[in-house]
Design a binder for this molecule. Structure first.
Ligand code: NAP
Length: 272
């Protein structure tokens, strides 16, 4: 069971801790915001300000917590610094950081829109790394904090037809596991969430709804978010929601790379 952060050992009401969630305007980030709202004040960010304001209004009305809206386009290199400057200006701590914002793009690399791929690297890798770096000093000073980085089962193998996306998620896995180790005994935990196909706006935005992978079925976003939240609060380093996703992630470790890449391509191809 996840204990509310503001309930102390003796049941006293303490000040709520604050969680920063990126990509909270839809999908897994939105479901995490809904799950965490009863227990935490939130800072929610994404590009879509009006959607974020709707979410904030709904959550505040339902749970009586504070939900701060700070819109940001994380494909802009200065966005992480600006976001943290605004958080500091409002006098807010970041007790928990959920690096969830991300996107993919379908198609052969040679024919891809290069700027889109560069923006993807900026959002999925660079912004996530900068936000982690910006959140850590406060957490280390308090000797307490949680970071959740959203990777993907895509990060466990190469992904023909989504080469850059899969590679960005491999980075998130390696980065998260490494800093989880570095931060052991610091009071700060790092959790890497690796969802498989999940029913959100992601597949439509990436133009991969017709891929075999998504045609095989997708998990519900709220189920992914629930498993993620529980895993993060338990301090787990790796969370892979779904038995099948865990089995696939395990099997690729022991299979020949060329075979793994060929199977990955077949799942990425459009179902006939
Ligand atoms: N759905 C899946 O099958 C799946 C599987 C594995 C991993 N994931 C990962 O899960 C995370 C959440 O994705 P989702 O499935 O929930 O998809 P989603 O519904 O498309 O949500 C993506 C979120 O990221 C935000 N975002 C996208 N580009 C941004 C930018 N440039 N600046 C700031 N925010 C941006 C979006 O908000 P705005 O558009 O308002 O900016 C939105 O809130 C991503 O990291 C994704 O790679 C998804």
């Amino acid at each position: 069971m996840v204990l509310p952060a503001y309930v102390g050992a003796l049941g006293h009401q303490k000040k709520r801790e604050t969680t920063l969630i990126t990509g909270a305007s839809s999908g897994i980030g939105l479901d995490l915001a809904k799950l965490m709202a009863p227990d935490f004040d939130l800072i929610i960010t994404a590009r879509n300000q009006s959607e974020l304001e709707n979410v904030a209004r709904e959550l505040e009305a339902a749970h009586g917590n504070h939900v701060h809206v700070i819109p940001a386009d994380l494909s802009q290199s200065e966005a992480p610094e600006q976001l943290f400057a605004e958080i500091a200006r409002r006098g807010l701590p970041v007790d928990i950081l959920v690096n969830n914002a991300g996107f993919g793009s379908y198609g052969a690399f040679a024919e891809s829109d290069h700027q889109t791929e560069l923006d993807m690297i900026q959002v999925n890798i660079t912004a996530l790394t900068s936000l982690t770096r910006l959140a850590l000093p406060g957490m280390l000073e308090r000797k307490r904090g949680r970071i959740m980085n959203v990777a993907s089962t895509a990060g466990f193998q190469p992904g023909p037809l989504m080469a850059v996306y899969y590679a960005t998620k491999a980075y998130v896995i390696m980065f998260s596991e490494a800093i989880a180790n570095e931060l052991k005994s610091s009071g700060v935990t790092v959790t890497c969430l690796c969802p498989g196909a999940t029913a959100t706006k992601f597949a439509g935005r990436a133009k991969m709804e017709e891929s075999r992978l998504f045609k095989m079925g997708a998990m519900r976003s709220e189920d992914v978010a629930r498993t993620a939240y529980k895993g993060m609060m338990a301090g787990k380093t790796m969370v892979i929601p779904g038995v099948l996703n865990r089995a696939i992630a395990m099997s690729v470790r022991f299979s020949p790379r060329k075979l793994v890449t060929a199977i990955s391509r077949s799942l990425q191809e459009r179902a006939k």
